[in-house]
Design a protein around this ligand. Sequence first.
Ligand code: G4P
Length: 533
Amino acid sequence: MSNLINEIQRRRTFAIISHPDAGKTTLTEKLLLFGGAIHVAGAVKSNKIRKSATSDWMEIEKQRGISVATSVMGFDYENYRINILDTPGHKDFAEDTYRTLTAVDSVIIVVDIAKGVEEQTRKLTEVCRMRKTPVMIFVNKMDRDGADPFDLLDELEQELKINVCPTSWPIGMGRHFKGVYNIYEEKLDLYAPGKQLITESVRFNNINSPELEKNLGEHEAEKLRTDLELIEGIYPALKTTNTTKELHRYLCGDLAPVFFGSALNNFGVKELLDCFIRIAPSPKPVQAVERTVIPNVDPFSGFIFKMHANMDPNHRSCIAFLKICSGKFERSAGYRHIRLDKTMKFNQATAFMAQKKETVDEAFAGDIIGLPDTGNFKIGDTITAGETLHFKGLPSFSPETFKYIENADPMKAKQLAKGIEQLMDEGVAQLFKNLHSGRKIIGTVGQLQFEVIHYRLLHEYGANCRWEPLNLYKACWIESDSEKALENFKKRKYQYIAKDREGRDMFLAESSHILRMAQQDFEEIKFHFTSEF
Ligand code: G4P
């Protein structure tokens, strides 16, 4: 196998998503421990933005500073190169997470056994479903009491709208948690509480062996056998020995293997990782407008999916995160920035390997590299070795909070316009223009972004803005096969029609009821909740 193909096939690029507090940071840390990327627990700072800090976003930015360092964590494990993409926990940064999901090949979802499926998990899984991203689920905190595992599987299927197959099965929980039966590898993993303990395993070729009683006691052994029988009757089985059909369903995003464990106690994490490296996809083909781009075929190409600005006004700089879609990146080579039609060299590209920031000499499809930026990039930009390509698949999502933005300093109108344009390029929020009033509307997924925009306009662009309230439920993209129907709709709803920055039509719905009525009354109009349709 050529070096290029080999390098790309051994890559696993994924994100861990969860509702805040389910254990994403703890799981990430334990995965890094297995990869030898860190040596002691506690080395990964939580980039979690504490709920109490929402009123003080400078504090949040300080914490977000940490998230630049942990944006991508690479490490080697058993000949695989693992790239974990971090996702901000705070819901006001959900748009950031959505975009990160466009740069991964698979996802691990962490669910707290006591809390079940929570709001953020539901929303983020929806994005995975839309993109048919393969997902695995890690049910965490089995050392605590929580839902009955069968009930939880039902909840996962219903709430996340995905089929599940248990790949491990818990024996007791909370104070009575004894371990899991690893269905995937057909072995019994016994639990020993304690932060740094690696799982103790007993291999079972036959679940009816009296060895099970010896390890678990009569009652638990019997219950486990009954549970496993039930599981076999209800759920598809994903095992090391028999995987073709189920594996295919997993890879299509139709079937989610479920592991149970306790990240804090390092229990079930290695098993998750061992299964993950075997079944998770290596970099997948990426669709560009012009053609499908195959990862292990030269030449190099990639796109910017995330920007992170440095908030310190003395060091105004930005890192643009590039996902490599095909081929090999080389430090000394010149690459073409398609939108600007400009050749650029990236001598200072960085990556985080084993927690250390390093200058990148070479990188391969599947890798993420950070490019220092001084205003050349915006989200969605494509970089290639020369070919004209435009990658698709960086959707904007219907924002949920809105305000009119007004100029608060008439002398600085130019600065304000420039600031707004650049912040929108970075993907901080979305800008619309109401066709009726001509007023500019900023739409975001959370309140925090308004503070961010106000602060940055003031400190980076010397412009001042004023927010005016706007009560909207959702802004959605509209289109129709019938030009006449679209014109008619726009005429009837003229006060509520806006254009986005690309000039596409949008409907500003004041309430869910109004939106539903519009959908009912105007059958020929298609209402889209992401910008990609
Ligand atoms: P997040 O990134 O998803 O927001 O969650 P994080 O890992 O920070 O975990 C949230 C809390 O849950 C932490 O406690 C963490 O120690 C705890 N936790 C994670 N995994 C387990 C587990 O398997 N069992 C139990 N019992 N707890 C777990 P905290 O008190 O909020 O933070 P800390 O002071 O321990 O850092």
